[in-house]
Design a protein around this ligand. Structure first.
Ligand code: PBG
Length: 324
């Protein structure tokens, strides 16, 4: 009796491996996160995110042009808000001439077809560094949803294509969708951070925006990382409330969740490879301990294999350069 099935035949050389490869990475897979600051001619490297920068609006233009020229067609905007504009109500978040609103217009000016998504949460605007309004040490749900809806409307008016609520309040998708419909922004989409875990991997991001919580942590709204089934509940509720795209966050440590979600939803699934994941690889590569490009590709393919169609990643430009 001969061995009839030899799986290694399909691994013999690169040509056959390419032919049978199940997943690939292209520029179309990515959302490029961009950090924006006030000022002129500002390009500040984020200490815990080597090779990643905050840009003032004038330099953001060049960055957006470069990103677009590379074939990357979607950005996810975050702003670093000056301390004197922070309060407990999100006042500045609703300013029609605020940094986010100007950033949206700046991107659309230089790359009209660039898909612009905006982060919707109060943390960069909050004197407490929390994603919502704080009363007696508690992040109050329903008043926060009202502000998030107004904030989303303000982003839509400035030209955002999608709003991306990252706050994890209950009912915020419904509140946002309802207001957008009422105000006739019917084509403004919602990418919901549906299964967002309370994670230590967000540390470098909070350095980038100076948005770390001033007291406590985010465990009363972000999910407990010990929970798996709850991710399905969160995600299905967001879809019922009107989310067009759902997201799992962080990425690498949550591939089981990506697959679980993929198996039950009928909308695109995004994954966020967050700041701490970026920092880990950059640090290990700088030490010469890991092969940067090899690990980067392996991780990104893992997201696709797990079932994500969209990847928010600080590696987006690195990848496109590598793909050539
Ligand atoms: C804000 C927000 C966070 C991230 C995206 N939107 C931080 C947080 O929730 O504390 C994290 C992104 C990253 O770490 O790359 N709500």
């Amino acid at each position: 009796m001969h061995q009839l099935r030899r799986n290694r035949r399909l691994r013999t050389n690169d040509s056959i491996r390419s032919l049978v490869r199940e997943h690939t990475i292209t520029p179309n897979d990515f959302l490029v996160p961009l950090f924006v600051v006030e000022g002129n001619n500002v390009k500040q490297e984020i200490a815990s995110m080597p090779g990643y920068y905050r840009y003032s609006l004038d330099l953001l233009k060049n960055e957006v042009k470069e990103v677009w020229a590379m074939g990357l067609k979607a950005v996810l905007l975050f702003v670093k808000v000056p301390d004197n504009l922070k309060d407990n109500k999100g006042t500045e978040a609703l300013n029609p001439d605020g940094l986010m609103q100007r950033a949206i217009k700046t991107v659309k000016d230089v790359a009209p077809e660039m898909l612009v998504m905006t982060d919707v949460a109060l943390d960069p605007y909050s004197s407490y560094g929390h994603d919502g309004i704080v009363e007696d040490g508690y992040i109050v749900n329903d008043p926060t949803c009202e502000v998030l809806a107004q904030m989303s409307l303000s982003h839509a008016k400035a030209g955002a294509d999608f709003v991306a609520p990252s706050d994890m309040m209950d009912g915020r998708i419904l509140a946002i969708r309802t207001l957008l419909e009422e105000e006739n922004y019917k084509n403004t989409g919602i990418m919901s951070y549906s299964a967002k875990y309370a994670s230590g991997f967000y540390g470098p991001f909070r350095d980038a925006l100076d948005s770390a919580p001033g007291f406590g942590d985010k465990k009363t709204y972000q999910m407990d990382f010990a929970n798996r089934d709850e991710a399905i509940k969160e995600t299905l509720m967001d879809i019922e409330e009107g989310a067009d795209i759902v997201m799992v966050k962080p990425g690498l440590a949550y591939l089981d969740i990506v697959r679980d979600v993929r198996d039950v939803v009928d909308v695109p699934v995004a994954v966020y490879q967050v700041s701490g994941e970026y920092a880990m690889l950059k640090a290990a590569a700088a030490k010469g301990w890991l092969d940067h490009d090899a690990i980067m590709m392996e991780q990104l393919i893992a997201f696709k294999r797990a079932g994500a169609q969209i990847i928010a990643s600080y590696f987006a430009k690195d990848v496109v350069k590598l793909l050539g």
